[in-house]
Structures are given as C-alpha cells and as structure tokens.
Design a binder for this molecule. Structure first.
Ligand SMILES: Cc1ncc(COP(=O)(O)O)c(C=O)c1O
Length: 392
C-alpha cells in the first residue's frame, strides 16, 4: 500500500478545496516576478478576478491566506479613532471584529444566534440602541463558514451603512465563485476573498477589491503601519502589473489557469449554478439518510458550506475519523461552540458527482460500522445522485 501522503484525500472541508484540473500543473515552474511573462499573467489574473468579484474597482492580490487580506483591509481602512460596526453571526465574523479591535477601540458588535443572520431591521435597531448617528466602517462576512450561513440581505445592509456615512468591508472568502456576489450591483466598497475555496486554486493568495471613491479616499488618507500590507504600495505596482514584493509566482499561475477555466471555459454563471445544484443534491441526499441540516431557515443556508447535526448515538470524533481512515475523505467538525455538534461539508470548487457518491456511501457506512444501524434509505439517496443534473 502507498503511504497515505501519496494518495490525495477526497477533500470536502470548507477550504482548501480540490483544484480545478488546469490549476494542477505549475508547481515546478521557475519564472521571475519582474519578467514580461509574469506581468502578462498578473494582468490576466487581475482582469479575471474583476469578473468574479463583478467589480469596476482595483483588485489587489496578496501573498497571504484570507486572514492576511482581512488584516490588510483593517490596516488600510480603519483608523484608531474610527467607529466600527461589526456584524457577528459565526466564527469568522467574530474573528473579523477581534482583528478590527486591534486597530481601534470602538468596535460595536451586533451578535445574533448561530444559524441565523442579522436582518436590516435588526442592524438598524442595534445602531439606534447604541446611540450611533454615524459610523466610519462596517465589517461583515457574506458567507459565514461556521456555521454555514449567508447574509442574503447584504445589499440592504450596505445601503444603510452608506446612509450612516460609512463604508462596507465584506469578507467573502468562502463564497466567491460559489454563490452570486456583485460588488458593483451591491455597491460594496471593499471586498475580500482568497484562492483556496470556490475558485479551486491552491491556498496562499488572497484578494481585496477597492471600488468606491469613499474607500479610495480612506485608503489614500490613511497611514498604513504595515509595509507588506500597504495597499497604496500595491496600487502603485498594480499600475505596472507587478507586486512590490516577491509574490507566490507559481500559485499565481495556478490561479490564472483556474480562473480562466471558470470564466472562459465553464462560464462563471454555470460554475455558480454547479455549486448550487450540488448543494441542493447534497441536502436532498443527506435528508434521505436522515441527517438533519443545522441551519433551519433554508433562506440563509450557505450554498458552499453545508452543516449537519451529527447522527444520534455516534461519537463525532469517531465518525469523522472513520470516514477518513476507511475512505480517505475529509469533512470538517464545527468550530468554537459548534465543535462536536455539527459536521461541515465544503461544497467548493471541483467536486464531482463521483465525489458526492463516495461521500454518501462513506457517511452511511460509517454509521453502520459504529452503531450497526442503517441510516435512512441509501438506495433512494443513490438514485438521487444518479439522476441529478450536474455539470460533472
Ligand atoms: C469567511 C472566512 N473568512 C476568513 C477566513 C480565513 O481564511 P484563511 O484560513 O485563508 O486565512 C476563512 C477561512 O476559512 C473564512 O471562511
């Protein structure tokens, strides 16, 4: 038997995700980052990212994971004297607020229960109850990866933030490319994402798009205390299709190929539809297995992170461990308060019908091994997988 590290697992965690086939071939290349070829690939990549963000603004590419881009947004758009409104409905919104509170002391957190998202009315009531007449920056996650919910009313919330005189900085690390999102149509000032989720590229790159005059004004008037994350510096280099410091060249090539595949080969709309169709299928199939989604309101359930309650009478750790040891399939536990309460399936990037078939069979098999029970109707679940109308 081959050592496990030579056999890639079926990776169904909420990132990193499985790579799109064209993104797999660049690790061995050596290309200088001040070369003509690099500049061409960099330009193509930023143009493709603009399409995916649907933004008329600049897209800055950073060599850092998503957390680095969140830090960069905070360092460039938040001043110590600012009033920041933070919407918290999961782990990454909470972390965003914690990161922001390193930069300024006035972070007003609206926290709503796990499995829900704040409505525009709740945001308004909160702002009024805090006696806020205006704010400087609002920070929020669009697709909250733990527990797996999406802020569907984001456009209304962004409008309200603008009424309060602030800019909206939106983390869409785990949703970009997997669910509809438009910076231009929703008038988002600053948005953040990264390479290793629905864009089916290797981890290591993240992005910030800056598109409104107000965001540009804040950027140019702010002194960034970081050199590496100074977006004024990256903007200068962006104009010549370069980065100020050595970027992860090979990852950029992989990203360009993956984006080119998504946008020009598959088509962005079809790529997003593929994510939606898979989410529907996984939910339907797991329902046949009597596994219950954690998020009760289907309107706010994430398309790209599907969370389920663990089957009764199995140990959560043993369940995931068995799925991994027997079938080499990685799914994720919940985080923070949801650890041991939910498991999460990453429906991101390159996930095929064969992968879903393997997942379903593995989950059913693990429960059978651990409890001797049968989970719902595997036959019916397999029939749904066979009949689903999927891209691949
Ligand atoms: C919504 C969200 N924001 C930020 C991050 C942090 O990204 P990274 O792990 O790439 O630093 C994640 C990671 O899962 C995420 O899901």
């Amino acid at each position: 038997m081959l050592p496990a590290e030579f056999e890639d697992p079926l990776l169904l965690v909420p990132g990193p995700s499985q790579l799109a086939p064209p993104a797999r071939r660049h690790v061995g290349r050596h290309v200088g980052h001040r070369s003509e070829m690099f500049r061409r690939v960099f330009r193509e990549t930023t143009e493709l990212l603009k399409r995916v963000f649907d933004t008329s603004g600049d897209v800055h590419i950073l060599t850092a994971s998503g957390t680095g881009a969140v830090d960069a947004a905070i360092l460039n758009f938040i001043k110590p004297s600012d009033k920041v409104l933070a919407l918290v409905f999961g782990t990454f919104g909470r972390r965003f607020a914690e990161q922001a509170s390193r930069a300024c002391s006035k972070v007003y957190r609206l926290v709503v229960p796990l499995g829900t998202t704040p409505s525009p009315a709740q945001v308004r009531t909160f702002v009024e109850s805090e006696g806020l007449k205006e704010i400087d920056v609002a920070i929020m996650v669009f697709n909250e990866t733990n527990p797996g919910v999406t802020l569907r009313e984001l456009p209304d919330i962004v409008r309200y933030v603008h009424d309060l005189g602030g800019i909206a900085v939106v983390d869409n690390v785990s949703g970009l490319g997997g669910d509809y999102f438009s910076c231009d149509k929703w008038d988002i000032d600053v948005a953040i994402s990264s390479s290793q989720k629905c864009l089916a590229s290797p981890p290591g790159l993240s992005f910030i798009t800056v598109r409104t005059p107000e965001a540009e004004r804040r950027l140019s008037s702010n002194t960034c205390v970081s050199t590496y994350f100074d977006l004024k510096l990256t903007k200068k280099f962006l104009e010549k299709n370069e980065t100020p410091f050595t970027p992860a060249v090979n990852l950029l090539f992989a990203l360009r190929d993956s984006l080119d595949f998504i946008v020009n080969n598959v088509g962005l709309d079809r790529w997003i539809r593929w994510h939606r169709d898979r989410a529907r299928l996984i939910l339907d199939v797991l329902e046949k297995l009597k596994l219950r989604p954690f998020v009760e309101n289907s309107d706010v359930r994430s398309v790209t992170v599907l969370s389920f309650l663990y089957p009764e009478s199995v140990s959560p750790a043993e369940f995931r461990s068995l799925v991994y040891r027997l079938y080499n399939i990685e799914i994720a536990d919940g985080m923070d308060d949801l650890r041991g309460r939910i498991f999460r399936i990453g429906n991101m990037g390159w996930v095929t019908r064969r992968d879903i078939l393997a997942l379903v069979a593995a989950l059913a098999s693990a429960v059978r091994v651990l409890t001797g029970d049968r989970l719902g109707s595997l036959d019916e679940a397999l029939e749904l997988v066979a009949k689903a109308n999927l891209l691949v």
